[in-house]
Design a binder for this molecule. Sequence first.
Ligand code: IVH
Length: 674
Amino acid sequence: MNLAEARKEIEALRKALHYHNYRYYVLDDPEIPDAEYDRMMRRLMELETRFPELVTPDSPSQRVGAPPLEAFETVSHDVPMLSLANGFDDGEIREFDRRVHRMLKTDAAIDYVGEPKMDGLAIEVRYEKGLLTLGATRGDGFTGEDVTANIRTIGAIPLRLRSDELPVPERLDARGEVFMPIEGFRKLNEQRKKEGQPLFSNPRNAAAGSLRQLDSRITATRPLDIYFYGIGIVEGMTFTTHWEILKTLPKFGLKTNPHARLCHGIEEAIAYYHDLLEKRDDFPYEMDGIVIKVNELALQRELGEVSRSPRWAIAYKFPASQEMTRIEDIIVQVGRTGVLTPVAVMKPVEVEGAVVSRATLHNQDEIERKDIRVGDWVIIQRAGGVIPEVVRVVLSKRPPDVKRFEFPKTCPVCGSPVVRLPGEASHRCMGISCPAQLKAKIRHFASKRAMDIDGLGQKLVDQLVDKGLVKNFADLYRLNLEQLAGLERMGEKSAQNLLEEIEKSKATTLPRFLYALGIPLVGEHLAQVLAEHFGGLEALMSADEETLTQINEIGPQVARSIRTFFDTQENREVIRRLRDAGVRWEAPAASHDLPLAGEVFVFTGALPDMTRDEAKAIVERLGGQTANQISRKVTRVVAGEKAGSKLEKAKALGIRILTPEQFNSIIREHMRER
Ligand code: IVH
């Protein structure tokens, strides 16, 4: 083969390859199978190797990359590459439209072009007499990097403009977004994983990393694509609308997004946004919103720009953008109401401009549903652009040794038991004095409809808890004048008043007391129901779940909550201390006609047949009251073996003493009656 023959064949091959490239990349409609294309390409490269003098820079063979660079040259953009202002809801877009109208002093509907906002990186390519001569990144908008060698490896970017429909202009600077389709990104990461290389966290990073490779031979292996969306300097051709630009560029082989839409008036642009948002997941590439641009170029010029973004365009962002990061820990926080919330602690990552390092995992079910484990890589997003959430685990990146998350059985703050009530999604700390809940609990305890301690407001509670003076309800009744007077904004007089209020609160009612305890799910009404049913605290405290559920209005959830509450040692202890401090109530009216109405029992020493709590419960069931200390109000003392000082005191006061056997026969008799 001689030079002339080679030139002829080479030219024919190039022409065919350019054409098929265009069919493949720009029209997305290949005419021949890939194998045939590859065969032609191999033949071209073979001839070019044999006749190196025939190699031209626009040959389709010149996409394989060039030897690595030391560094990129910088390129200054003749027309700055601006950025866009963002809008996040319809209102902000309408506001943009109003501004446009105001500045153009017109009431007539404006034509806008809506385009997908591709999530990649912006570049500019220069064609001189149809030949690709420069490719540059946006950089800071004024100067970018010369990535020509890399740009040349991207199949969708023609090395020479097509000229079959229109004469090519003298110079054409075209701008677009280079991106990596999701499927290509997935495959690339899969391959990198096999090779033990670090993975790209998302398609945009992968695209940017690929394009900014000093070794363009690497870029050549990356599945990059582009949509053009604008122009810079153009010589030898003029446009009057943006739409015209979008329709013309493909004629040169520069593809524009086929989903762009011409919209008459802003409402159509808004409808376009919602349409695209809905279909967003069906696209083979990532978009982070749409761009809305004033169509008339003359109007664009009139509007101009401010602080590096044009007044004639706005990006209408999609709600949440996603990032990938790693779960470093799952901690459990205890809220003011005792609800435990698992929170993912993540390697900090920027999502839509904000650094995210924590996300609520809501509850156990949510963690199990998404199977989130410490050590996992996860996709996170800011829902509605604000609250970060874990979307899903990237299972393909799960390290082999990660363990399923176990929900704690005790409160991480106070160590009390944690229960998940039937039918509830969340776990709760049952601790009556849990520091995480203490301030709220004390505020509730002291509130008007509970213990009604007037003057014990939020600021005071904060101080009492912060200074460590109050660690549980019972501590309130141990406060003294000196302690209170030492608090901020507390004179001696008001301290005295508060002490009197605290003292007054001791005389309460059982429903109020139950409500004040803040048993989860037991509000004012149920407190009333329980008080009426049991007549006394001991009976309630010793009732099992089954007994509880037999009461009208008490379901299994509430029963479980009550049971766990009273089974918690710390809670019983606080209740005991409250009663020792003198918190008391009259027996409910309903129990007046019960056999032990008006009697106040104190137990001392051992009871052979039952526990003291059981004995107290029985007394209350029969309408009596119980106390822990001997006082003049006590009417009977049951003294078992090893009875102590209480017995002596009772004798001294002349209170009637019963043996356990006598007590048994009294209750046997009355229980039979009932
Ligand atoms: S127009 C002056 N159109 O978004 C107008 N930009 O925040 C400048 N982008 O740097 C850009 N898709 O990287 C435009 N259809 C589109 C776009 C788009 C993605 C990116 C581009 C630009 C950034 C602006």
